[in-house]
Design a protein around this ligand. Structure first.
Ligand code: ADP
Ligand code: ASP
Ligand code: MG
Length: 408
């Protein structure tokens, strides 16, 4: 059985840490395991590469941006392999393309279309540990394409599915999945396990610890994902297991709180309330590749309505370019743009069956004087948009209101 391990940027951020990773991998390989290791770029390398790109061109071409960003993971995979070989552990470094990862050509957020494992299998047959550059694959034209920020998680789970791994191990700079980002709430508690659908919502709502598509793939291919610290001893029982079903706790409730800073909103005020308006607005946005998140249309008054939607900051400029003239054509009185917002979400499958979660959420925020700009829900989530400067406080207020620091 093959093991897939992934080590994030901080875990390979210095040569000492990289050697620590090599020791861990070599120890598992010595036990006779067949191992594929996926690595992220060292430390803040990807951010630094993006800064370089923007320094020479404020809107760098997407294809070349991907080519540049892909180098980060190649550096760490080559260095980790060198460290492994130095320790006497036979291994080989592969780029995403060499590992057989094929993607579409949506640069910057490419999706994996398939993985051809022949090269990895060949290396395994020779007793090699395979070290794969995460976050990248090969487009149909043979270009480097990256999977979106944090995408190495997705590389790892996709490889896990292709290699039929029993479990994918994601090693990072925290002990596992917490009741909220431990950097925001020091009393956050590390969970023993979390249901895939809860983790998927959390990841989609900004819990940066896992890339959403990685969780999606884990769910689709029924692969359990262990998230654990790259510093803790292997097998010490640390870490959080993300898996299909979690035993219901007697009083199931909110599992985790997520904060998403990557949000901007557009409001069209007083547009005519007639059929076709939404498609005239969202059609062109979709054609431009903008993915719209939340959409809220309020009750109409005198055949006029207000429509608000949110997008990611990455799509912000394009959204303004498209919606400003459209607002005029659609007869809106006004169009407002706001990027000074964040989303705070409560997530938990137990919330489906218990009433009162929303009421407690709204009351706690109001008691803290935090204004709610917009509310959206799914079956297992309640999300409030609040002003950016109150976001972290909102997380802490809710963490304590739902007593998430205490074991049930
Ligand atoms: P890596 O480089 O290993 O991929 P990331 O920085 O992408 O690491 O993810 C780990 C970080 O995610 C943690 O340092 C933590 O601040 C943040 N985080 C956000 N939400 C959570 C959560 N619910 N549980 C644990 N970590 C979280
Ligand atoms: N290096 C990439 C990033 O920083 C991918 C990853 O770390 O998962 O987004
Ligand atoms: Mg990450």
């Amino acid at each position: 059985m093959t093991i897939v391990q992934k080590y994030g940027g901080t875990s390979v951020g210095t040569l000492d840490r990289l050697r620590n990773v090599a020791r861990r991998v070599a120890a598992r390989a010595a036990e006779g395991e067949q191992i594929a290791v996926v690595v992220s770029a060292m430390g803040k390398t990807t951010d630094d590469l993006l800064s370089l790109a923007r320094a020479v061109n404020p809107r760098p071409p997407r294809r070349e941006t991907d080519l540049l960003m892909a180098t980060g993971e190649m550096v760490s995979s080559a260095l980790l392999t060198m460290a492994l070989v130095e320790m006497g552990c036979p291994s080989v470094a592969l780029t995403g393309a060499q590992a057989g990862v094929f993607t579409d050509d949506t640069f910057g957020r490419a999706r994996i279309r398939g993985i051809d494992t022949w090269r990895m299998e060949e290396e395994f047959a020779q007793g090699h540990v395979v070290v794969v550059a995460g976050f990248q694959g090969q487009s149909p034209q043979g270009d480097y394409a990256t999977l979106g920020r944090g995408g190495s998680d997705t590389s790892a789970v996709a490889l896990g599915a292709a290699l039929r791994a029993k479990q994918v191990e994601i090693y990072t700079d925290v002990q596992g999945i917490y009741t909220s980002d431990p950097r925001i709430e020091p009393n956050a508690r590390c969970l023993k396990d979390i249901a895939s659908e809860e983790m998927l919502e959390a990841a989609q709502q900004g819990a940066g610890v896992m890339h959403p598509r990685a969780v999606e793939l884990g769910l689709l291919y029924e692969i359990p994902i262990l998230v654990a610290s790259s510093q803790a001893e292997f097998g010490s029982g640390n870490g959080t297991l993300i898996r299909g079903k979690v035993e219901m706790e007697p009083e199931n409730r909110v599992r985790t709180i997520a904060l998403d800073r990557d949000v901007a909103s557009v409001t069209l005020r007083h547009i005519p309330d007639r059929p076709g308006i939404a498609s005239q607005l969202f059609g062109p946005l979709a054609d431009a590749g903008v993915s719209v998140d939340t959409i809220v249309q309020n009750a109409s008054e005198l055949q006029l309505t207000d429509l608000t939607f949110t997008v990611t900051k990455d799509d912000w400029e394009r959204t303004q370019e498209i919606s400003r003239p459209l607002a005029g054509e659609l007869g809106a009185a006004d169009v407002l743009f706001d990027h000074d917002l964040v989303k705070v979400s409560l997530i938990g499958t137990g919330m489906q069956s218990g009433p009162g979660y929303a009421a407690t959420m709204f009351r706690s925020l109001s008691d803290a004087g935090i204004n709610i700009e917009l509310i959206t829900t799914s079956e297992i989530r309640i999300t409030c948009l609040v002003r950016a400067d109150r976001g972290e406080e909102a997380v802490r207020v809710l963490h304590s209101a739902f007593a998430l620091d205490q074991e049930i």
